[in-house]
Structures are given as structure tokens and as C-alpha cells.
Design a protein around this ligand. Structure first.
Ligand code: DGL
Length: 227
């Protein structure tokens, strides 16, 4: 048994969507969550800034003696995972993108047309596309940055006409033009507007990386005997 906490971090409150999923499976684990609400959003910032911020947070979590770090942020996972793993070779560090990419790669829908939405930095990194295409080159992948969504979510503007209109501003054309049948919520804030998206685009199949990462966390804890 290992009583040390698991450290999670995100630019803000989005990463909490991973924790709520994990608590259902492992309610006895202790968790330290760092949400950088003072400096959110990360998704439109320079890579050097994101690297500095995520290093500071990971240093803080390491000082708190966490047994594992979960990067509950697509923006950081898509750009800084290797750097953080090199900096802390003795601590398991999980990024959020790979488990979701593996799930998408197994998908086979009518049009095989997958939409990936996220921050500017995540979309520009092409991290999802590269991983998914390595596993399944048949899928048609389309990606779109939706930078106005995170600030609205951080402000709690969710069950609201403004949020619905903002989602439609980004997704109406994207979904209809590409005949998207599966949508990857490539930002951990987006599960908080999943209900809005499902109401506006009924029938679309959603992949939620905040759910998909839970199994990887459990596997890693089990493999390293860290429960
Ligand atoms: N929740 C984060 C992500 O998954 C970051 C959002 C932001 O700060 O722009 O990318």
C-alpha cells in the first residue's frame, strides 16, 4: 500500500473532470489538485510560457511527495509531456491524450469522420492526429480550435444561451461540412459543456479523454504497486 497522494493539474478547473471520474473507481485514493486559475487559459499562450508554468506546478507537486502526476490538461500533455518525464524520471507521469487516441482508433462509425476540438495550442500540436493515425490510418480526422470556450467555462457561463451560441459558432459548420460523427473533447474543460453539445447535435458520439484516462491511471498504479 502507498498512502502518498496522486497529483493532478490543469490550467484551471477543467482537470476536475478527470478526478470526478477517478473517484468513482478509486474512492480511497488521496488527491492533490492544482488548478492554475490565476493564469488560465494556457491554450493561447506561448510554448515557453506553458513549459515554465507546468514545470513550476510539477515541482510543487513533487515537493508534496505525490506518487504519480496526471497532466489533466490537453494543452500541457500535447506539448510538455516529454519534458516533464525527463525532469522527474522516478515519478510516473501520465498525459491525457494517448488513452483517448487509442479509444478513437478503435472507432468505426458511418462516415469514419472524427472531429477533434481543443485549444489553439493542442490543435496546432497535432498530437491527437499523429497518435490516432499511427493506430488507424483509415479515419478521417478534422480538428478545430475553440479558444472562446474555456474563458466562458471558467466564468461559469454554461447553462446559458451565450454558451450555446458560442458552441454553434464553432461547431455548426465544422460538424455539417465534415459530416462529423464522433467528436473528441480535446480539452478537459469541455466535458462541462458536454450536455450542451449533445443537446445541439443529437446523435453525435462523444469521446471524453477525462473518462478514458481513468483506466490508464488504474493500470499504472497496479503495475507499480502504488494503490
Ligand atoms: N483544460 C485545458 C486543456 O485540456 C486547458 C485550457 C486552457 O487553459 O486553455 O487543454
Amino acid at each position: 500500500m502507498d498512502n502518498r497522494p496522486i497529483g493532478f493539474f490543469d490550467s484551471g478547473l477543467g482537470g476536475l473532470t478527470c478526478i470526478s471520474q477517478l473517484m468513482k473507481s478509486l474512492p480511497d485514493e488521496r488527491i492533490i489538485y492544482f488548478g492554475d486559475t490565476a493564469r488560465t487559459p494556457y491554450g493561447s499562450k506561448a510554448l515557453s510560457t506553458i513549459k515554465t508554468f507546468s514545470t513550476q506546478i510539477a515541482d510543487f507537486l513533487i515537493q508534496r511527495k505525490v506518487k504519480m502526476i496526471v497532466i489533466a490538461c490537453n494543452t500541457v500533455s500535447s506539448t510538455c509531456l516529454d519534458h516533464l518525464r525527463e525532469r522527474y524520471p522516478d515519478t510516473p507521469i501520465l498525459g491525457i491524450i494517448k488513452p483517448a487516441a487509442q479509444k478513437v482508433a478503435k472507432k468505426c462509425n458511418k462516415n469514419n469522420s472524427i472531429g477533434i476540438i481543443g485549444t489553439k495550442v493542442t490543435i496546432k500540436s497535432k498530437a491527437y492526429e499523429e497518435l490516432i493515425h499511427k493506430l488507424n490510418s483509415e479515419l478521417k480526422l478534422h480538428s478545430l480550435a475553440c479558444p472562446a470556450l474555456v474563458p466562458l467555462i471558467e466564468e461559469g457561463i454554461i447553462e446559458n444561451e451565450i454558451m450555446d451560441l458560442t458552441i454553434q459558432y464553432y461547431l455548426d459548420h465544422f460538424i455539417s461540412y465534415h459530416k462529423i460523427d464522433t467528436l473528441v473533447l480535446g480539452c478537459t474543460h469541455y466535458p462541462l459543456i458536454r450536455t450542451n453539445i449533445e443537446k445541439l447535435y443529437p446523435g453525435i458520439s462523444i469521446v471524453n479523454p477525462s473518462e478514458e484516462i481513468v483506466e490508464s491511471i488504474i493500470d499504472e498504479l497496479s503495475a507499480k504497486n502504488l494503490f
